[in-house]
Design a protein around this ligand. Structure first.
Ligand code: SAM
Length: 342
């Protein structure tokens, strides 16, 4: 093969050293957020300098390179993705990959606060399902968890999303003594409105103002408690993410469990994450990363970028090993969830 044809050859799909195909990319389009959830961030956060952040055009190019390398599902997240200025232009341009059939799903994870403004436009950009994070239905508790958020605004966002035709999944972080006693009610509420719901264990990412031992609620315990009230049937339902689902007979709805601590799900990991500065993390729970901004900016063509991605995927670790207990008070990794993207 001569040099020219090698340089323009279509990129290979991404297969990691453990034979896992990488088909799901999550992109944190900003580390900024209009909330300060107590388990996610400290109240006084230092955010990444704007000059280090990729432009929307660069993010488009980066996402498109991953799609050319076999990514089929793309989730924009953050921080809060909808607080990034002009973010709809990125959704709009990425929707061309849905039209071409190269991308199966374009979606986002949001705290819901900006959905009244953007729900309709998201639908027009081909988004069909969204995850909305909501940890309580109690307005006062909501303010305590998010520090800066208003429950009414999020509820208005959820209603706007429903009106706009978006399918909603509610993501709830299980928090000891905070929403522990409310989980059944939240399931009833979500399923009553036709929403799927997923429970998430809190992960030791970044220093926060609180002690994670006080927040951590193992989902094995929650599941056992739910059995007193509900009939749970394991089902093979999959959305491409790490949740394992049950059907609840009494509500007729689906409940997912994301259990990075009590039941590690790394063996089927199909994901990588990119930050808004173009840093690729091959695992949410490990420090190893690859800089994609330099190869992105080094030339107009994508060959350097493809090579950097391939090299990084060849280093994707087998998995994370999160621990939260009294002997392990330090975070597993120093960066907060808003940087890598939840
Ligand atoms: N702002 C958006 C939102 O609220 O959904 C997207 C980003 S947020 C970091 C994504 C998800 O990560 C949210 O559901 C949030 O509750 C969750 N999250 C944040 N920090 C976490 C942690 N330390 N452990 C587990 N989940 C966390």
């Amino acid at each position: 093969m001569d040099f020219l044809s090698a340089a323009s050859a279509p990129p290979q799909d991404m297969i990691d050293p453990f034979g896992r195909g990488i088909t799901y990319l999550r992109v944190s389009v900003t580390d900024r957020c209009d909330f300060r959830c107590v388990y996610c961030m400290a109240e006084n956060m230092t955010f990444l300098p704007k000059r280090d952040v990729l432009t929307l055009e660069e993010l488009d190019r980066l996402c498109s390179a991953f799609i050319a390398k076999g990514v089929r599902k793309l989730r924009l997240t953050g921080g809060e993705p909808l607080v990034r200025k002009n973010i709809m232009s990125l959704f709009r341009s990425l929707s061309r990959h849905l039209d071409s059939g190269d991308l199966e799903e374009l979606t986002l994870t949001s705290n819901g606060s900006q959905l009244p403004k953007y729900a309709e436009e998201l639908y027009c950009c081909g988004v069909r399902r969204i995850n909305v994070s909501l940890d309580t239905l109690d307005a006062e508790k909501f303010r305590a968890i998010t520090r800066w958020g208003e429950l009414d605004q999020v509820m208005a966002g959820i209603e706007a999303a429903e009106r706009g035709g978006l399918k909603i999944k509610i993501n709830t972080v299980a928090l000891k003594d905070v929403n522990e006693g409310e989980i059944e009610e939240m399931i009833g509420w979500a399923h009553g409105r036709g929403f799927d719901m997923t429970l998430i264990e809190t992960m030791p990412l970044g220093d926060i103002d609180a002690d994670r031992v006080d927040q951590y609620l193992p989902l094995s315990q929650v599941r056992a408690q739910l059995l007193d009230r509900f009939t749970l049937e394991d089902i093979p339902y999959k959305t491409g993410g790490p949740a394992r689902y049950v059907a609840i007979k009494e509500t007729g709805g689906r409940l997912g469990f994301i259990t990075p601590l009590t039941h590690n799900f790394c063996e089927s990991c199909n994901r990588v994450r990119v930050t808004c500065t173009g840093t690729l993390f091959m695992c949410l729970g490990q420090e190893d990363a690859a800089d994609l901004r330099a190869p992105l900016r080094a030339s107009e063509g994508n060959d350097l970028l493809y090579a950097a991605i391939d090299e990084a995927i060849s280093r994707k670790p087998k998995g994370h090993d999160f621990v939260i207990d009294r002997r392990n008070r330090r975070p597993a990794v120093a960066r907060h969830m808003n940087v890598t993207g939840g």
